[in-house]
Design a protein around this ligand. Structure first.
Ligand code: DP6
Length: 326
């Protein structure tokens, strides 16, 4: 069977997914809205081969051992089941999402795997079906099938819990400056973090309700080129997500003193008239939503306050691309 390659870009959630209504199917409690990023992506090649005694997985040039393959094998099992085949696969994946970029790679990784594996298994899935499939590898991957601004409807079943494009390409100047507070793996991964918040935070339902209620306003901000409303909603949503973790029982927290210092810096820049907003995922890095024209002012302030911290700038990116290897 032919080998297929897919390239999928990572995304940053502006309204976040943080908890599952159904952990098996990965149905979220909230509708989320994200921006796909151009600079960071995963490229994955898959080929089903009758000769293989088990799935062979090579990640960034390293052959994964049996215990490291489980999550990917489970996903390949799902593809085999849908395609009605039993053959094992060879998967070669390169992550162009450097750990040091401080952005999660599971979104681009499972989107690229869904694209390459389904094509290699001769299933021709449309983008919605790809999104449904990618979702079952990692929730945020459902959004990485599409470019630009994307919405993942939480839905009520595996069919209607799917992402779709809100605006692609993005025809207005928006960027994300990631300030890297730490490039170390996080102590609590997002899967268990969101499970903790879901089960143990007394305000979890309020967060769900407020996030879902914010969807129309975020959609309008995107449609109206309104960076200030978009940023304000995104920053509030991120802080509310982190607040869930801090009041969970037992509590946990991804943000360090430096993260809080950066959030304060962003808020101070805003008081001085700049359109800058912060968002944070399941880690300490702070991502600054801003306009390219303000990069210099933001960088000058960062240099003065945190001269040792590295940054990465990302701009809106495209949806998945899939091609046959020849
Ligand atoms: C904070 O998609 O990595 O980035 O579905 O368990 O694999 P699983 O979780 P994952 O969680 C992402 C959480 C987040 C917010 C978001 O991207 O919406």
């Amino acid at each position: 069977m032919a080998a297929y390659t897919a390239r999928a870009h990572t995304n940053i959630a502006l309204l976040k997914y943080w908890g599952k209504a159904d952990a098996q199917l990965i149905l979220p409690t909230t509708t989320s809205i994200s921006l796909t990023l151009n600079e960071f992506y995963t490229e994955t090649t898959v080929e089903f081969d009758e000769q293989l005694p088990h799935d062979q997985i090579i990640l960034n040039g390293r052959v994964l051992k049996a215990h490291e393959r489980q999550k990917i094998e489970r996903f390949l099992d799902l593809v085999r089941q849908l395609a009605g085949i039993k053959t094992y696969a060879r998967m070669v994946s390169i992550n162009h999402v450097p750990t040091a970029a401080g952005l999660a790679s599971s979104a681009s990784a499972f989107a690229a795997l869904a694209g390459a594996a389904s094509a290699a298994a001769h299933m021709s899935l449309d983008p919605s079906d790809l999104s449904r499939l990618a979702r079952q590898g990692s929730g945020s991957a459902s959004r990485s099938i599409f470019g630009g601004f994307v919405q993942w409807d939480r839905g009520t079943d595996s069919n209607n819990s799917v992402a779709h494009s809100l605006k692609d390409p993005v025809d207005w100047p928006i960027q994300l400056i990631t300030v890297i507070v730490s490039d170390q793996p996080k102590a609590v991964d997002s899967r268990s973090g969101m499970q903790n918040a879901f089960s143990n935070s007394p305000y979890y339902q309020a967060w769900v309700q407020h996030t879902n209620n914010s969807v129309p306003a975020m959609q309008a901000a995107i449609a109206n080129y309104d960076l200030d409303t978009l940023g304000r909603l995104a920053e509030q949503n991120a802080l509310e997500m982190h607040a869930q973790n801090m009041v969970a029982n037992p509590p946990f927290n991804y943000l360090t003193d430096t993260s809080w210092g950066l959030i304060k810096m962003v808020q101070t820049l805003r008081e001085q008239g700049l359109s800058v907003y912060a968002t944070m995922d399941a880690g300490p890095n702070v991502k600054i939503i801003s306009r390219p024209q303000d990069t210099e002012a933001i960088m000058t302030q960062l240099q003065q306050t945190y001269p040792d911290l590295k940054t990465q700038i990302a701009t809106p990116g495209p949806g998945i691309q899939i091609w046959e290897e020849v």
